[in-house]
Ligand binder design. Structure first.
Ligand SMILES: Nc1ncnc2c1ncn2[C@@H]1O[C@H](COP(=O)(O)OP(=O)(O)OP(=O)(O)O)[C@@H](O)[C@H]1O
Length: 233
């Protein structure tokens, strides 16, 4: 059985007089895929910022691979094996796809080579093309590959399918499941089509608090979750 990789307990975050998160518990196992959803302002980004060390929670604890990490500097948390991919791709546009992966592999801990990484992200046929010439979805996959090339234990994805076509969105969900052979993936997402395609363990945040956690099929069927999304609660 897989062990717990990340465990956040009683997370609270107060910005001045505003309580952005309170009492949030969340844990993920090694080599699993989880998704965090919730309406605008639910506290999803704040929660990711706490895991990566960009923010120090005003309450609660975060343990990663058995070590307390809340309040550590972001570079120290990154070195422990947490990588984050933001919404906007930041590949090197004037280098080829293969060169981008090669740069990411330098100094990383991944045992994989360039060919293997390209295979995983589905860009083997584009290896000699300039990264700047890739379609939006392909750039996102390349950046996911670059994040994985550093050999993280946990990959955090911030709205990975923003701006993608439905086909790219489906392919991204498949890619994320392939990645779970190598690391744990937690995605924060708005696009319900992506969350449906990902079809995994899903945490719903609402107004800074834990609302539901269940497999997505149950979340989708939950009337109270629908009410939250439609602003009825
Ligand atoms: N640095 C900050 N100072 C004050 N308030 C903040 C700060 N960061 C976030 N907030 C507030 O905390 C709440 C949660 O914000 P957060 O960005 O985490 O939500 P979110 O679920 O990621 O929303 P979205 O889906 O719109 O990105 C919001 O009301 C936001 O205005």
């Amino acid at each position: 059985m897989n062990g717990t990789l990340l465990q956040a307990e009683g997370i609270g975050m107060r910005f001045g007089g505003f309580q952005a998160l309170s009492g949030v518990d969340f844990d993920v196992k090694e080599n699993s895929v989880a998704c965090i959803i919730g309406p605008n302002g639910a506290g999803k980004s704040t929660f990711l910022n706490i895991i990566t060390g960009t923010l120090t929670p005003t309450a609660g604890t975060v343990r990663f691979a058995g070590q307390a990490i809340a309040g550590l500097a972001p570079h120290r948390i990154a070195r422990l094996g947490i990588a984050r991919k933001f919404q906007i791709p930041s590949v090197f546009p004037s280098m080829t796809v293969a060169e981008n992966v090669e740069v990411a592999l330098w100094g990383g801990r991944s045992p994989a080579g360039i060919d293997e990484m390209l295979e995983i992200i589905g860009l083997s046929r584009r290896r000699l093309d300039l990264a700047g010439d890739l379609a939006h979805g392909e750039k996102q996959w390349l950046e996911i590959g670059m994040a994985i090339a550093t050999g993280p234990k946990l990959l955090l994805l911030d709205e990975p399918t923003a701006g993608m076509t439905p086909e790219e969105t489906r392919a991204t969900a498949e890619l994320i499941h392939r990645l779970s052979n190598r690391c744990t993936v937690v995605a924060v997402e708005h696009d319900i089509n992506f969350v449906r395609a990902l079809d995994t363990d899903t945490l719903v945040l609402h107004q800074g608090q834990f609302f539901r956690r269940a497999p997505f099929v149950e979340i989708e069927a939950d009337e109270a979750v629908r009410d939250v999304y439609l602003g009825r609660r």
